[in-house]
Design a protein. Structure first.
Lengths: 590, 292
């Protein structure tokens, strides 16, 4: 129970007035002769109990009367259950229309279930409330109840993931800042487990969070990412195996490329993916690599689409991708580059992956003047210093340092290098401080840079010779040289991923297309595993502030924390009754 | 319209003059309204014979029976005089109380009522006497019918100051010794004494053949309790006091007074005693009429 005017409670001290008057106003009464005192004494003896009871009753009634009046002045607010108008409340309705809300569960759209509850809950608001609606885009939409109801009706499953923890925390802060009596956040979401793992929402005291209990989960597979590299498309899958008995089944994946390009035709490839070793808690982490007919693809930007067979959630069954097929690099190798490089270039020329030219020069330590150069360390250690000075004069922030320890190559960008042993190498250091210089490091040995890139210059820590490394003798050497001259030194067209409706947008500079952004749903949306009640409670504010309710109780519990009535009227009525009772008791015995 | 003093407010009548004037005025009015005398005396009349006993006066010996049967009988007669009445006036301190200044004290009312009653009786040639008492007998005027008796009675009333406590039983017991011959005893008192003891004395009088009449005087303020919100009431005779809130206790007090009056009435009726409750605002004529 709270009070609108709590300071008025100080008046409760006045409740002691009747007792104090009784004690303090014991003045000496006037004295009169009255012969029939014996009658008085008899009457008093007979009425003693009744008079004591009357005095006690009057004292209680008068004290209660003062208490009732003081409490009424303090305007107490009594919590109510069930019907009745609630106090003005600031409320945010978080309607999670993220892609997962488009899943079909138990024959119905998840979003429809959420929408029904949201409508019922929003329908209980009054004009005195301040209400906002938050969808998966995180934008708070204010307005009248009717406007928000119309927005709810028109809401469709979106393409953005909603981080419920952040959303609830933000909503709680906003409602808490409102100078209203009640503060509530209504969470209408399928409560995916993945939406609640980012920590705990900091919900201020006084804010109630009501979350609709999650429904049944469903098994689902979705395409998380599609990357094209070295003539193959790597399709990573996401989702969950709930309800499928936990047994991973092969998933057919269809790749379509060139769709819509009349001049190039459509290429379709298929592959099977199964659950990988990284599976945990029913979540799927698997990938399939589908070879692309890279040799037959003309240079330029290519669009493709990976697709799964339809399941409960259609939004993640298809995902576009884009990549650029570059024209063959014009390459020349200096005599110092070594025989292995020359042999590899010959193979690539034969396969029309490179042509002879001076666009890219592969040297044995000397720095050419071409814009793109691939530099091996000089075979003669005495020339390392000269080579470093040349690099410095070109503004390259790297230099060769002391000899490093042998080790194995590691590269995420060039998988063919992984595990190839290196027996001799120079440490590649930053030119200024001996630390790492600018640019990026596509490959390392023992955690130290082995292959670095800066502008159009690529430095290798070892010569491409079998006395330095086993790479020239490895099967991946030719693909490595191919990637080196066509991709690493020339620079790749950047393909970024972003959340949104599935599509590809190209970035241009002048007339050149310099990159692309592939939009699609967040892969975490594919995991339809619902969170446990405990996780929801913990993540969205804790047991004291968060209630997870079924659909049948959600609307009834909404605003119940603020459904309080001003009890001053009742107290005034009680005071009137007490006054009447006091009057009755006081006069009836007179 | 003619004003009859016996029907006026006692306090207004008292303002007309002393006890004699008031009593005479009241009696005049009272008798004018009567159709017959309320009291009857006794004629000289033979009642019975009884056997002669040693010491009997020889003049009452019935010579005829002696002559016929040779046995000794004496004749007995009823009282030769009119009614012998004794008026007992309570002069205790409690009687000197009045509930309001515009009313007579109980004692003043009793004096005037006694004077009027004595005048009526004396006019009927009934021997009338007076006894005043508080905790002891203060004045005793034997019953006579001779001229000046009423004046003596009035003087006896005037000469009796307000007394102390009341010991009616003692006074009544002493009175029994004074009233050797049967007659009428009128007790005018507020009866604020022990009922059982007083009743025992009255019963004894009754047993001796007296006609006993009790006037229970009360001030109206003694019947209905009133006063300030809280007050200490003190008994003027015993100095016993109680602190009460009259408004709270009024109903219970009224009930107690009613019960007390009823108890007196019931006890008196049981023993053949006439009981009359009189408030001091009752006109004297109405109080006297209670005797008819």
């Amino acid at each position: 129970m709270s009070f609108i005017h709590p300071l008025a409670l100080l008046g409760l001290a006045a409740a002691a007035i009747p007792a104090l008057l009784h004690l303090l106003q014991r003045r000496i009464p006037p004295e009169f002769d009255f012969p029939p005192v014996r009658y008085l004494s008899a009457a008093e003896r007979e009425s003693a109990r009744r008079l004591k009871l009357r005095h006690l009753l009057l004292l209680i009634l008068r004290t209660a009367l003062i208490v009732a009046i003081v409490l009424a002045a303090a305007r107490p607010l009594v919590p109510l259950r069930g019907g009745g108008a609630h106090q003005p409340t600031a409320a945010v309705f978080v309607l999670d229309n993220s892609p997962s809300s488009g899943a079909i569960v138990d024959g119905g759209l998840v979003l429809d279930r959420l929408r029904v509850v949201a409508r019922a809950s929003l329908g209980r608001t009054t004009p005195a409330d301040r209400v906002w609606l938050m969808l998966c885009d995180g934008v708070l939409r204010g307005g009248t109840r009717e406007a928000l109801l119309a927005t709810i009706d028109s809401t469709r499953p979106g393409w953005l993931r909603l981080d419920l923890v952040q959303a609830v925390e933000r909503a709680a802060r906003i409602v808490n800042a409102q100078p209203l009596v009640g503060h509530e956040v209504h969470v209408l979401s399928d409560l995916q487990r993945t939406a609640l793992v980012s920590g705990h929402a900091d919900v201020p005291a006084g804010v109630r969070v009501l979350a609709l209990a999650p429904g049944r989960g469903a098994p689902n597979r979705g395409i998380a990412t599609v990357t094209v590299s070295e003539g193959a498309a790597v399709v990573e899958l996401s989702g969950s195996l709930l309800g499928s008995g936990g047994t991973p089944q092969p998933v057919p994946v269809t790749i379509r490329i060139g769709a819509g390009r009349r001049d190039r035709g459509e290429v379709t490839a298929r592959g099977l993916a199964t659950a990988g070793s990284g599976r945990a808690g029913g979540a799927i982490r698997s990938a399939v690599t589908v070879s692309l007919p890279a040799q037959s693809l003309a240079p330029g930007w290519w669009l493709g689409e990976a697709a799964l067979e339809p399941d409960e959630l259609r939004a993640d069954d298809q995902r576009p991708f884009a990549w650029r097929v570059a024209p063959p690099a014009r390459v020349m190798a200096t005599p110092g580059a070594g025989s292995f490089v020359a042999a590899a270039l010959a193979v690539l020329q034969e396969g029309r992956r490179v042509v002879e030219g001076r666009e890219v020069v592969i040297s044995g330590g000397e720095l050419p003047t071409t814009p793109h150069a691939i530099l091996q360390p000089p075979a003669d250690p005495a020339l390392v210093g000269q080579a470093n000075r040349a690099l410095a004069s070109r503004g390259v922030p790297w230099r060769w340092g002391q000899l490093g320890t042998p080790g194995a190559l590691a590269s995420a960008e060039l998988p063919v290098l992984n595990g190839v042993p290196v027996v001799r190498r120079y440490r590649i250091e930053g030119a200024a401080s001996g630390e790492q210089g600018g640019g990026d490091v596509p490959a390392t040995v023992n955690g130290e840079p082995w292959l670095v890139r800066s502008a159009g210059i690529v430095l290798l820590g070892s010569r491409l010779d079998t006395t330095w490394t086993a790479l020239p003798a490895a099967p991946g050497f030719v693909p490595f040289v191919d990637a080196l001259v066509n991709r690493i030194v020339m620079g790749e067209a950047e393909v970024a991923a972003a959340e949104g409706a599935p599509r590809v947008e190209f970035r241009t500079r002048g007339t050149d297309t310099i990159g692309a952004t592939v939009f699609g749903p967040d892969p975490r949306e594919s995991d339809l595993t619902p969170a446990t009640i405990a996780l929801v409670t913990t993540a969205l504010g804790g047991k004291d502030r968060t209630a997870v309710l079924g659909a049948d109780r959600f609307a009834a519990e909404g605003f119940s924390g603020t459904r309080r009535a001003d009890a001053s009227g009742i107290l005034l009525l009680l005071a009137l009754l007490l006054a009447a009772a006091e009057l009755g008791v006081a006069t009836r015995t007179r | 319209m003619a004003q009859r003093l016996d029907l006026l407010d006692p306090a207004e009548v008292a303002r007309l003059g002393g006890i004699e004037i008031v009593a005479e005025g009241v009696v005049e009015g009272y008798l004018a309204g009567l159709h017959r005398s309320p009291f009857r005396g006794f004629s000289v009349e033979f009642t019975e014979h009884r056997a002669y006993q040693a010491g009997d006066e020889l003049k009452y010996l019935d010579w005829r029976i002696l002559g016929r049967s040779d046995r000794l009988f004496v004749k007995q007669f009823e009282e030769e005089t009119n009614l012998r009445s004794m008026i007992l006036v309570d002069a205790s301190r409690s009687m000197a109380w009045q509930g309001a200044p515009e009313r007579l004290t109980k004692r003043a009312y009793a004096d005037r009522l006694a004077a009027a009653l004595a005048l009526i009786l004396l006019r009927q040639r009934d021997a009338t006497g007076l006894v005043t008492f508080d905790d002891q007998v203060r004045q005793v005027i034997p019953a006579r019918v001779k001229t000046g008796q009423w004046t003596r009675i009035v003087r006896g009333l005037l000469d009796t100051p307000d007394g102390q406590g009341t010991a009616a039983d003692a006074a009544l017991q002493r009175l029994t010794a004074l009233l050797a011959r049967r007659g009428m005893v009128v007790l005018i008192s507020d009866l604020l004494f022990d009922r059982e003891l007083a009743l025992a004395a009255l019963r004894y009088l009754r047993h001796r053949g007296h006609q006993v009449v009790v006037f229970h005087l009360m001030d109206p303020a003694e019947v209905e309790l009133s006063g300030p919100p809280e007050v200490r009431f003190k008994d003027p005779e015993s100095a016993v006091s109680v602190v009460v809130r009259p408004r709270e206790l009024a109903r219970a007090y009224a009930d107690t007074v009613r019960r007390e009056i009823a108890a007196w009435r019931k006890a008196c009726r049981r023993h053949g005693i006439a009981y009359h409750h009189v408030q001091t605002d009752m006109p004297f004529g109405l109080a006297l009429r209670l005797l008819t």
